[in-house]
Design a protein around this ligand. Structure first.
Ligand code: SDX
Length: 436
């Protein structure tokens, strides 16, 4: 295939044998151009082949842009560093949903609407009591979010823009409540209702850590830290769980079911489960002098061990979120008076060694957002089993924003990939008596 005229090419030419086809090249506002292969099968009788979608754009979007080589992440054009420094998470939610930063009045109205949807139907608490106490909170979250479609029938008609927005607000508002309930249930403490006079992240910390026996005082430094962690995790273009939400939504499934599908996908250790896996890995390494042994294992093709929290499909430079995460980690440990966290010492030394090692340098493997988040979340008081729950809580706005964008795209149709078939060709049935 060769582009007909260099960078300003309007089309690419595909030549197979004696035949050639011109495929349109589409340009975005920034980032790689795309070759439109929508008519390829009809024209050539062939599919393209790209397992893992390393070279495939699955959709057009205007929400989040990543430049993996430069380590750039923009939410609606705003650099993540500026949003994490200056705004709060609900401002980022507004930006991702509506496309612009809110005015003071719009922000106040959005905060008001989200705050007043933070309670869940009282029957949900009975739903929770069907689980074993040692259930993984992610299992509880997948189930309870999917169950929301059994309660909120007035916001499941995806054709109605009003209902789409109510469902979006409900999802953003109720995730902290459900996440806190999942945590309280596993530690055997009573559920804590949200309070309307607290901001989003303070409300979440209080629902997780307050007990009926005493007043809970929110630490503003810690609440700001968790709010910033939510901003960092809010959206990330077409990652595995967002693509799952889009594919589920393309069939017309209700938004709660789509978000539940996204949570299920995020749970995997190669994706959102990496924060839990990274902390467990640091614990397994146990001391700085054992780092070389694990670096060796990570490089050994016969060893399934990988450095969790390292590497990324898109970032071939430092994940910009990891830098902010590392800074937040030091802030939280400092505020809590944790002078030396042995796991942080191992993480810092592991990063230093890996970034000098040819194997990691050659493959452009850098720490990603999950490398330092576990140490921070553990310091905040969360058990490792809650780390991916917090990731899901934050990513809900990204999932629902991308879902809305897809539903509102006039060209939207059900996603249905094809395959390269390498199985048995057609053959006749053999009655069991005649099988050898
Ligand atoms: C998230 O997509 C997103 O945007 C995700 C996310 C988001 O915000 O939604 O950013 C969140 O999921 C971050 C990633 C969290 N996962 C981990 O930290 C798990 C450890 N990382 C790897 O499993 C891996 O790096 C992935 C899954 C993140 C990326 O996998 P790719 O793009 O398929 O890369 P690859 O597996 O093809 O790796 C390329 C090479 C291979 O070596 P070679 O075959 O070329 O010799 O790099 C090696 C891999 O073996 N490699 C690693 C490694 N990651 C890749 N080797 C050791 N340790 C690692 N962590």
């Amino acid at each position: 295939m060769d582009a007909s005229n260099g960078n300003s090419a309007k089309s690419a030419t595909l030549t197979i044998g004696e035949q050639s086809w011109d495929l349109p090249i589409l340009k975005g506002s920034i980032g790689p151009d795309v070759v439109d292969i929508g008519k390829l099968y009809g024209q050539t009788g062939m599919f393209t082949y790209d397992p893992g979608f390393t070279s495939t754009a699955s959709c057009e979007s205007s929400i989040t842009y990543i430049d993996g080589d430069e380590g750039i992440l923009l939410y609606r054009g705003y650099p993540i560093e500026q949003l994490a420094e200056s705004g709060d998470f609900l401002e980022t939610c507004y930006l991702l949903l509506y496309g612009e930063l809110p005015t003071a009045a719009q922000k106040a109205d959005f905060d008001y609407r989200v705050t007043r949807h933070t309670m869940v139907h009282e029957q949900m608490s009975r739903f929770f009591h069907g689980f074993r106490r040692d259930a993984h909170p992610m299992a509880v979250l997948v189930a309870s979010v999917g169950a929301l479609s059994a309660f909120y029938h007035d916001s499941t008609d995806i054709a109605d823009p009003q209902q789409r927005m109510i469902a979006s607000i409900r999802m953003i508002a109720k995730m902290p409540t459900l996440a806190a309930m999942a945590y309280k249930y596993t530690v055997g403490q009573p559920f804590v209702y949200p309070k309307n006079d607290l901001d989003y992240s303070s409300n979440f910390l209080r629902m997780c850590f307050s007990v009926p026996c005493e007043e809970y005082k929110v630490n503003p430094i810690l609440s700001r830290a968790i709010d910033r962690i939510f901003i960092l995790h809010a959206d990330h273009e077409q990652n595995a769980s967002t693509s799952t939400v889009r594919l589920a939504g393309s069939s017309g499934a209700n938004p709660f079911a789509c978000i539940a599908a996204g949570i299920a996908c995020l749970w995997g250790p190669a994706h959102g489960g990496a924060n839990e896996a990274a902390l467990k890995m640091l614990g397994e390494i146990g001391s700085v002098d054992r780092i070389p042994e694990y670096i060796k294992r990570a490089k050994d093709k016969n060893d399934p061990f990988r450095l969790m929290g390292f590497g990324h499909r898109v970032y071939k430079n430092y994940d910009p979120r990891a830098k902010i995460m590392q800074k937040t980690c030091h802030e939280v440990l400092g505020e809590l008076g944790i002078k030396d966290d042995p796991l942080l010492d191992i993480a810092v030394e592991l990063e230093r060694i890996a970034l000098q090692d040819e194997y990691f340098v050659e493959r452009k493997l850098y720490p990603n957002i999950d490398f330092y988040s576990g140490i921070t979340l553990r310091a905040l008081g969360f058990p490792t089993s809650m780390f991916t729950v917090l990731f899901a809580l934050a990513r809900t706005v990204g999932w629902i924003g991308q879902w809305k964008e897809m539903i509102e795209d006039p060209g939207q149709r059900i996603g249905r990939p094809r395959q390269l078939y390498t199985g048995a060709t057609s053959r006749d049935y053999i009655p069991i008596a005649r099988r050898k």
